[in-house]
Ligand binder design. Structure first.
Ligand code: PLP
Length: 253
């Protein structure tokens, strides 16, 4: 049966991040994809100039309708936009059995904040996730200096620390599982400025793998491989001067 994923995330009208990236990545991986919008932004790859979260009831109605009518193999949550939206997602998703991938995105690579969420509410949403996918800055915020392996066990949530924002020529993506084990994938950094939407793309690839029935570790391995392949294939196609988008259609070339 065709796998299907639901992305709950924001709109980047330039198509590189947010729900646009999520829909493109899931499609490139052969999965049916749906999107419930949390926030409209005004942005181009170099700058996010406005962030307008939708009314929380509008978000919960989108998600509830899809849960009632569509087959959903896994959910990816990206940019949430407001505490009110996080709050309604907690009540709307509380009885869901499907895996949830939560990308705890807080700001764009260009440095703009993507909406504040009160910490206690954010923590309750995180507790409902199967796996969270923080970059280095987000990891620090999430863990409050707790060791990642301990945090994964204590919270029963897997962590994939994506290493692209850390310095160095080799990128390490590290997975900690609630069963106390961990795995690391290391790959050479691709020299490119075209990495806009990489976090969105990776977390969606992970949700697709889980919807396809892979276990967490297999789904992470597939997601890392596909994301690296996309970065390599988008590396020299400079659509814009800086922070250019990944070209998801190149995944299967
Ligand atoms: N815009 C939206 C709607 C997003 O969801 C994100 C990341 O999650 C961004 C912008 C930032 O993307 P990047 O940091 O890859 O430029």
């Amino acid at each position: 049966m065709t796998s299907s994923v639901l992305s709950i995330a924001g709109l980047d009208p330039s198509g590189g991040a947010g729900v646009a990236a999520d829909l493109k990545m899931a499609t490139a991986m052969g999965s049916y994809s749906m999107a419930a919008l949390t926030t409209v932004t005004v942005q181009h790859p170099g700058d996010v100039s406005r962030v307008a979260p939708l009314p929380a009831a509008m978000v919960s109605e989108q998600v509830k309708t899809l849960l009632q009518t569509m087959p959903i193999g896994a959910i990816k949550i990206g940019m949430i936009g407001s505490t009110e939206i996080a709050d309604v997602l907690i009540s709307t998703l509380q009885d869901c059995a499907m895996p949830i991938v939560l990308d705890p995105v807080q700001s764009s690579t260009s440095g703009s904040t993507l909406g504040h969420i009160d910490r206690p509410v954010f923590d309750r949403l995180i507790a409902m996730a199967t796996i969270v996918t923080p970059n280095s800055g987000e990891l620090q915020y999430l863990l409050n200096d707790a060791p990642p392996g301990r945090w994964a066990i204590d919270n029963s949530v897997a962590i994939l620390h994506t290493g692209g924002h850390a310095p160095g020529n080799t990128i390490h993506d590290v997975l900690w599982l609630p069963n106390g084990t961990h795995r690391r994938w290391s790959h050479p950094r691709v020299e490119t400025r075209n990495t806009h939407g990489t976090g969105c793309t990776l977390s969606t690839a992970l949700a697709v793998g889980l919807a396809q029935g892979l276990d967490i570790s297999e789904a992470v391995e597939q997601a890392v491989q596909f994301t690296v392949k996309l970065i390599e294939r988008s590396a020299t196609d400079n659509m814009v001067a800086d922070n250019g988008p990944l070209l998801h259609f190149k995944l299967n070339e």
